[in-house]
Design a protein. Sequence first.
Length: 224
Amino acid sequence: MSKLLRIRLAVLSVASLCLVLVVGTEANAALIGLTSQPPDITAFFISVNYDATTDALTANGFATNLDLDGVAPPDYSITAPRAFTISATVDSSGVASGGTLVINGTVPAVGAVSGTLLTGTLTQFGYSTTPGGEIFEFVFTVEDDDGDLASSFKPLAGVILDAIDTGFGGSFTSDFSNSGFGNADTFPVPEPATLSLLLLGGTAIACRRIRRSRARGARASQAE
């Protein structure tokens, strides 16, 4: 098999996977299947709001506890500023195009004193499609400088958000909200799930590069 043919077959394989990923993302909206594990940060009194006009999904509450071993009670209480915030853009079909996680607070006993415990950039989003099942799941990429606890949560942090009483029925075609009834748990995504999600992220990047390459080729052909 020639080198050129091997390259063409590799490109075709990635392109085929791109199609599967795009169709799967749009047609199979569902929970990611995250499982909480220590260390984890719990947050309560979360107000959840979705504006169908702007596609803005927000969750704002209070970061309360840090647990390191999974044994009750939690190891440390989080002190001021004690804030939990998720901001995401989710279109009417339930597809997220971006978002951020910010957890503020201090835990002096573990050296977390800057006021920023953890931040991240949204890479995956899922939700319950069962009416009344107000569970949302998020995966965020975490870098070394994304807060005092980044080293314990990188490279991916998962969040399970129980929105509670928002009226969400499995669709993003209309507004929904609550008044501080939600709760959330934030935790590192364990292997092998981390590897799988990173591979999907790499494939998505390859998909975008293929589309750009094809677009450039089409423009060059038209110019000739």
